[in-house]
Design a protein around this ligand. Structure first.
Ligand code: ADP
Ligand code: MG
Length: 691
């Protein structure tokens, strides 16, 4: 045991105090442990010191110097004060120069050593180092551990130097006594550094090699803890039993499938078999279905609901938007027409009376299938006998959501339909608590959506193309990033574009507007009109990003396309090309050849959602794409799921060894790991199981 408390408030750390404590809190640093786990985002290489005699204008240089004389102050014009500190390093002399920071003049003590880093400016017969970062050092040799100095995520009020000193003080306080929580056999097996070596060297690396060793150990911890967390959730789920396994034979399922307007694809059939195997088990299903947009995931949900209802259990289908909930409701009505299965839609803004009636009917079991948004179903509904929960177009089934479901009693089967397909190897990591099925085949007859990246100046030509499509009986979407015009952001709003197009009459009268700020009823009316062809061009925001299925639409236009992520654009593009007709996607942007422009060009070449998601993750990071934080898991700070594949495999293997009892943790390690895992899951997980 160590005599320092990891949860000691930062305020009591040497050099902190109440004011700095508040600044640290802003960085989510509250305790001593938080300081230790506030890892540098980068390192500054101070290895190379450049003598003044070799400086060149425009270069960024490191220098170790002494003060050569008193400061000089120049006031070339009103409100401009230039402070110049003469410095020398034995090879030559120069000035360190600051603008409007006259307090700096008193900071330097003649005779002491300083490290400085800044940009060189040579001119007017002077050699200058402009606005350098600086630090007093005790000798010319001391410039921070062979020169690798940490740069922390920080705010403007908290300088790197102060933050670095606080970390230094904490590490001095810890004195190599931070408690190890990985058993020695595990560290040996995977060649992982001891924890004190790791935390010391991640902050103040002795050299590049020890930094790598430290980073590897701590990245392993991140991946290991994340997977242990998932394993705990899954393990808990594994031991839970459903009331009775569902019957899957003799319930007319084969006949139901035969009566569908299409034959299932091979992939749909395979995934259906996996779902049926789960549902006929006493252990609740906990399955994620992945598949590219348009591969036909909805029908799998329909079939699962049919099985639940035929077993006299209720099913709930949750969608991320009202529009999609409404669409699912209609789809279910269509497929269940002629069967004795009652379906209800729960909407956020249906009248109180109507709503209470529906809630009552769900509670006493008169309703078999409930459709609604996540919020609606989670908040209000009491079930009679809930047997199946489906969440559609959700990145992952959040830790919190499961807790909510458990409170509703029973252990329903859970099926998650993912909006963002990711490669299986990654799915195994990020959905470690779920079984994963992949629908890797498109229904027959689909054509690739031809995709173009065009500048706004081509809008008129685009509009005549759309009119041509309309005259062929097709329809189009135009998506804008905003609902209303905003002064702060220079992007086209849906409302504004709608007004413009309406006024100019470019598409005649058959245009519609849809966005999230409209009432559910208004949205439904517009969607209805679009579906039955009264509206030819639908202008909207991303409320129609996911799930919407109108096979007659053949054109998708995205305004200010640079403002969307790749996976999101792929989802939007997935709204067209759903029928037999040739379809087109136009990404409008000024981005040209900038980074954003290159990103958009990827869309014109790639059509595979898995590959696009991979690119998007490399650009934006996996946490953001998968919405980890939204789902109660913190972002990975050190581990990189692309370059750390080997580490990923090892951490997964380690979790498995614990699960199988091949490796055993002592009580103390368990306790410490538990704390770490809870921390990583932002305290959304209460029980950790190791085997
Ligand atoms: P997503 O996987 O994106 O949710 P949907 O379930 O909305 O896709 O299906 C897209 C379209 O493909 C729908 O119009 C659906 O009726 C149709 N579809 C689904 N499966 C098949 C199939 N096996 N053959 C032909 N069309 C299908
Ligand atoms: Mg869908």
């Amino acid at each position: 045991m160590m005599d320092i408390a990891p949860d000691m408030p930062v305020q009591y750390i040497k050099g902190v105090g109440p004011r700095r404590a508040r600044l640290l809190n802003k960085l989510d640093i509250y305790t001593l442990a938080d300081v230790i786990y506030h890892f540098p985002r980068d390192y500054e290489d101070r290895t190379e010191i450049m003598p003044i005699s070799r400086w060149q204008s425009g270069q960024v240089v490191n220098i170790v110097c002494k003060i050569a004389g008193p400061p000089r102050r120049v006031k070339p014009r009103a409100r401009l004060i230039i402070s110049k500190i003469p410095i020398q390093d034995g090879t030559s002399s120069a000035y360190a120069v600051w603008y409007n920071q006259k307090f700096i003049e008193d900071r330097f003590v003649p005779g002491k050593w300083y490290f400085m880093r800044g940009k060189v400016n040579i001119g007017y017969g002077e050699i200058q180092l402009l606005n350098p970062q600086w630090e007093e050092i005790s000798s010319p040799d001391e410039r921070g551990n062979e020169g690798l100095v940490p740069i922390y995520p920080s705010t403007a009020d908290m300088s790197q130097k102060i933050l670095r000193n606080i970390v230094k003080n904490v590490l001095e306080l810890v004195k190599g006594q931070w408690e190890e929580y990985l058993p020695i056999e595990l560290r040996k097996r995977y060649d992982l550094a001891e924890i004190n070596f790791a935390i010391n060297n991640i902050h103040f690396p002795v050299n590049a090699r020890s930094l790598n060793i430290a980073r590897r150990r701590l990245a392993f911890d991140e991946l290991f803890c994340m997977q242990l967390g998932f394993y705990s959730i899954k393990g808990k789920n594994d031991v839970q039993k459903v009331g009775a396994p569902f019957r899957i034979h003799d319930i007319g399922l084969e006949a139901f499938i035969r009566r569908l307007p299409f034959a299932l694809t091979g992939a749909q059939q395979r995934v259906l078999d996996e779902i049926l195997a789960d549902m006929s088990n006493t252990r609740p299903m906990n399955r994620l279905v992945q598949g590219d947009v348009g591969c036909g995931k909805t029908i799998l949900a329909v079939l699962a609901l049919y099985v639940a209802a035929s077993n006299c259990y209720q099913g709930a289908m949750m969608a991320p938007t009202e529009v999609l909930a409404q669409q699912h409701f209609q789809t279910l009505q269509k497929f269940f027409d002629g069967y004795d299965i009652s379906i209800a839609l729960l909407s956020g803004n249906m009248g109180e009376n109507k709503k209470n009636e529906v809630l009552e009917a769900i509670k006493d079991g008169r309703i078999d299938v409930v459709v609604g948004t996540h919020a609606v179903i989670q908040d209000n509904v009491e079930f009679h006998r809930l047997g199946l929960v489906i969440t559609d177009e959700q990145h992952r089934f959040g830790v919190r959501q499961r807790a909510v479901l458990e409170k509703k009693g029973g252990n329903p089967h859970v099926l998650v339909m993912s909006a963002t397909p990711i490669p299986r190897s990654m799915a195994l990591i990020f959905y470690g608590d779920l079984d994963v099925s992949i629908v890797d085949e498109m229904p027959p007859g689909r054509q690739q959506v031809e995709t173009f990246f065009i500048p706004p100046s081509m809008r008129d030509r685009l509009y005549s193309f759309i009119n041509q499509e309309i005259s062929n009986g097709h329809q189009a979407y135009i998506i804008c990033p905003l609902v209303e015009q905003s002064d702060a952001i220079d992007a086209l709003s849906a409302q504004e574009l709608y007004d413009q197009l309406k006024e100019k009459g470019i598409f005649g009268d058959s245009i519609g507007l849809i966005h999230g700020q409209m009432s559910a009823n208004d949205k439904n009316e517009v969607m209805e009109a679009f579906k039955n062809g009264q509206i030819s061009v639908l202008i909207g925001t991303t409320v129609i990003e996911v799930g919407v299925d109108v096979p007659n639409a053949t054109v998708m236009v995205v305004e200010n396309a640079e403002r969307f992520g790749l996976a999101q654009l792929h989802q939007l593009r997935g709204r067209v090309g759903r029928g037999q007709h040739k379809s087109y996607c136009f990404l409008i942007s000024n981005a040209g050849n900038s980074d954003a422009g290159r990103r958009l060009k990827i869309m014109t070449k790639l059509h595979d959602g898995f590959k696009i998601a991979e690119q998007d993750m490399q650009i934006r990071g996996p946490g953001q794409l998968l919405g980890l934080q939204q789902h109660g898991i913190s972002e990975l700070k050190l581990a990189d799921i692309f370059s750390d594949i080997a580490l990923l495999k090892q951490s997964k293997e380690a979790v498995q060894m614990l699960a199988d009892g091949i490796m055993i943790l002592d009580q103390r390690s368990k306790l410490l790991l538990e704390q770490r895992i809870k921390r990583q899951f932002l305290n959304n997980i209460d029980e950790i199981t190791f085997n």
